[in-house]
Design a protein around this ligand. Structure first.
Ligand SMILES: Cc1cc2nc3c(=O)[nH]c(=O)nc-3n(C[C@H](O)[C@H](O)[C@H](O)COP(=O)(O)O)c2cc1C
Length: 167
């Protein structure tokens, strides 16, 4: 599929699942891709890792992220992806949503999880109250046992969203 719409996919990923889905979608429709990076690197093992998840649950930890080289206002469609941490979105994604202006923008959201994503997708949209959300999708156990199926669902989803822009 080819259209002249500009699409941005922004995501955070710690262990590769969300990255895999974001990259799959980006390749499918030729979207710009940006990985959100926390300024303070996360300790990837043990207490530090889970501590971050727990902290965000109790006091909605806001994590500074590296500046992104894109302006969301330049895009016809912005897709945002997050892993689910303690039943909601991750701090880097929350920061991205807070720091950018989504008023009047067309957006889609996705999340990766291991079985309980609760209201994660709604929580994401809540941070963009004046956006036009045209799609929400979740992916479970992506790299562990659903890689091919997840990739196919991701491609189909992004294509459908793009097609709806062209019409
Ligand atoms: C701190 C932490 C909290 C998590 N909380 C949940 C959760 O509430 N529900 C769930 O289904 N999975 C949860 N997970 C699993 C991740 O959402 C899942 O492995 C996801 O695919 C990771 O994405 P990533 O590989 O892009 O980082 C949690 C993982 C971590 C590290």
């Amino acid at each position: 599929m080819k259209n002249n719409k500009k699409i941005l996919i922004a995501y955070y990923s710690h262990s590769g699942n969300t990255k895999f889905i974001a990259e799959t979608m980006s390749k499918e429709v030729g979207a710009d891709l940006i990985e959100l990076t926390p300024k303070k690197k996360l300790n990837a093992s043990g207490i530090g890792y889970f501590g971050w998840g727990i902290r965000q649950l109790v006091r909605k930890d806001d994590r500074e992220i590296e500046e992104i080289p894109f302006n969301v206002e330049d895009y016809d469609l912005i897709i945002i992806g997050t892993p689910v941490w303690t039943y909601t979105l991750t701090p880097p994604v929350r920061t991205f949503l807070k720091e950018n202006n989504f008023k009047g923008r067309t957006v889609g959201v996705f999340c990766c999880h291991e079985g309980d994503y609760s209201n994660t997708l709604e929580d994401m949209v809540e941070h963009m109250p004046e956006s036009n959300c045209i799609g929400k999708i979740d992916f479970m156990g992506v790299l562990k046992d659903n890689k091919t199926d997840s990739a196919n669902r991701a491609k189909q989803w992004i294509r459908t969203l793009c097609d709806s822009l062209v019409e």
